[in-house]
Design a protein around this ligand. Sequence first.
Ligand SMILES: *Cc1c(COP(=O)(O)O)cnc(C)c1O
Length: 409
Amino acid sequence: MSITPPDVRSQLAPTSANLNFGQDLVAIPGPSIVPDRVLAAMRQPMPDIYSGDLVDISDEIFAQLPALARTSGQPFVVISNGHGAWQMAISNTLARGDKVLVLESGRFAIVWGEMAALSGVEVEVLPGADNRPVDPGALQARLAEDHNHEIKAVLTVHTDTATSVRNDVPAMRAAIDAADHPALFMVDCIASLGCEPYTMDAWGVDITIAASQKGLMVPPGLAFLWASDKALAAHERSDIRVGYVDWDMRLNAEHHYQLYCGTPPVSHLFGLREALAMIAEEGLEARWDRHSAHAAAVWAAVERWSSEGGIGFNIAEPSNRSTAVTTILTGEIDADELRRRCAGGAGLTLGLGIGELGNRAFRIGHMGYLNPPMLLGTLATIEAALHAMGAPIGGSGVAAAAEVVGAYL
Ligand SMILES: *Cc1c(COP(=O)(O)O)cnc(C)c1O
């Protein structure tokens, strides 16, 4: 019996293999990967919503929420995406005709302002740019001109998920104080909470907003709002009353049913309880550190890829970069095609370029449930697609990222 020697080269490099058979991975900035533990916790029969475990779970969650934002403020849970918490902030604290100052640093504060305008609020945008954080000096100068205190609130994002800039929240607070201005300070932390250092009370924030599907590892469908005493007091003069998100109803709840303004989001609460347990096991500060380390690996890769001048960071200055999401400019390379190759050929979903960045940028979400194999696999898949597209990359970004990760192993 003779054995035919295998054609080794064609076995090593078949030309038409489909490699995309395995666990799909999303590396977009929300919804991020939901841990199996959370998914398993959600898969339970519907409980009694008026008594028993669900009431205890709900109490437990409300008791844990303040620590997540590092505040003693009042937490609220909205059954919605983040936009619902934006609406809750607007309609509970402002009156028709009030002015708000929206700080531009990308996309998301602007959209929040557009929602406020629909509610009858006058919106002024403090102009910014797509590639740098809000300038606290410009904020201070604008507020100092507002002698009659017409501006009732300042709306900003902590991390802008389109540009991947991280704003300096304490510096903004200092700017408001330096102008001696009484405006409410509202911060959207939807992309950053649970990932990046944030201390609501120490930073003098009046309203913090988050959503379940980014760093908090729960599917989309829950939004969170924390209100300071000053924000709660502003409710008395608000006249944009929207029943579903109104604080009177939720704060005077005789029954936990009213906390949610109706039937509790039971499956999401089961999932959230598990996610909060995972966050507690890891520790919030350890989480912040893990995100910094993973971000450093991403930045090392992008730095290496950018050495030929084709690929680049949207945010040049590292201290202004988010550690939860990175926006990468692709120059002559069609970023949409890069994403298509990663998705179709490898099962990896990357974030698209938003607004003017369009198909000249893509985003990597590195938030929430993430370890080195997931991150390095993501970077290596991107690098493979860059190679396939003939992108001018100086060397292996993956090797650079692995060096960063190696320091922790
Ligand atoms: C994702 C995101 C939003 C929008 O959240 P939705 O849940 O889609 O409403 C708003 N702001 C920031 C900073 C975000 O990252």
